[in-house]
Design a binder for this molecule. Structure first.
Ligand code: NDP
Length: 295
């Protein structure tokens, strides 16, 4: 199977590395230097345009910030629509939105080209280890065809429903991450102000019913240590929460917790900028509380 991979960002690059080690692969990136460096290191063909990348590919993978950028890559003389072969499948690993994905699938279908949304979870480290969870939307036949390529970087691959279902599940997962992280930081800030050690508090919480990824991993490893590594941009989490909030509204679910937390992340994005990591939301809580959550 020939594969094209477009979008060599923080998570796209390690995913593409696994693909290129198993399949003949063409890579394309908006900043050309990244694609060139990747091709020199990993033996993939550096394509000059999205159209050039899609040429001869059975599977075309995109991993871009939002569905908007994916849809923009379709059009024009150099776009994916001009390059994708009949029978090829576009697999979108972007954490995108269900409605745009359904529109893209509809545009591809008349020329016998297929679409699977396949956002991932597990972070950059999961991508490096090839152990991502992949939540898919599309037909069973389409997923079966592309599954060997997804297995290059994914361990748990689940068909969630028709086109858009993968993006919807991913958005809800991200909303939970955002809500848990914010709520955990609020609680720990209050405890720190009352003189309770955040380290001790987390020891208790992580042996109790309030534990979550934020309390078990993110806060101990990144906040208590003050390390705040940049692995997943807060701007992307805010985007994901916006997708989840819009999805809930479309489905007629009021979801006040989700709507409010999304607003809080939107304000934090304005305050911290486009490059801040998602865990830096704790800094906003700290500033508002007049305390630090230290180990
Ligand atoms: P990055 O910001 O690191 O990379 C974004 C990529 O998209 C880069 O290759 C960038 O190119 C490209 N890009 C940006 N704008 C455009 C555009 N207008 N046209 C074409 N290409 C563009 O993002 P990540 O790799 O972190 O995330 C990618 C997707 O994966 C997002 O949807 C994110 O939510 C999701 N995700 C990320 C995780 C993570 O831990 N990082 C975890 C799970 C999902 P250039 O090099 O030119 O800037």
């Amino acid at each position: 199977m020939n594969v094209a991979f477009l979008g060599l960002g923080a998570i796209g690059a390690p995913m593409a590395r696994h693909v290129a080690s198993r399949f003949p692969t063409a890579v394309w990136n908006r900043t050309t230097a990244r694609a060139k460096a990747f091709s020199e290191q990993h033996g993939a063909r550096a394509a000059t345009t999205p159209r050039d990348a899609a040429r001869g590919a059975d599977v075309v993978i995109t991993c871009l910030p939002t569905s908007r950028e994916v849809e923009q890559l379709l059009d024009g003389d150099d776009g994916l629509m001009a390059g994708m072969e009949r029978g090829a499948t576009l697999v979108d690993c972007t954490s995108g939105d269900p409605t745009t994905s359904q529109r893209i699938a509809q545009r591809l279908a008349p020329s016998a080209r297929y679409f699977v949304d396949a956002p991932v979870s597990g972070g950059v480290s999961g991508a490096e280890q090839g152990s991502l969870t992949i939540m898919c939307g599309g037909s069973e036949a389409d997923l079966t065809r592309v599954r060997p390529v997804l297995e290059a970087f994914g361990k748990k691959i689940v068909l969630c429903g028709g086109v858009g279902a993968g993006h919807a599940v991913k958005a809800v997962n991200q909303a939970l991450l955002g809500v848990h992280l914010y709520a955990a930081a609020e609680g720990l800030a209050a405890l720190a102000k009352a003189g309770v050690s955040p380290t001790l508090a987390l020891e208790v919480i992580n042996a109790s019913s309030g534990r979550c990824n934020a309390t078990e991993n993110l806060i101990p490893q990144r906040v208590l240590t003050r390390a705040f590594p940049r692995t997943f941009r807060l701007a992307l989490l805010e985007k994901d929460m916006g997708i989840a909030a819009a999805f809930a509204r479309t489905e007629g679910v009021p979801a006040p917790v989700l709507q409010l937390t999304t607003e809080l992340y939107r304000a934090a994005r304005r305050e911290l900028g486009e490059e801040a990591d998602h865990v830096e939301i704790a800094k906003v809580v700290e500033r508002e509380s007049g305390t630090e959550i230290r180990g």
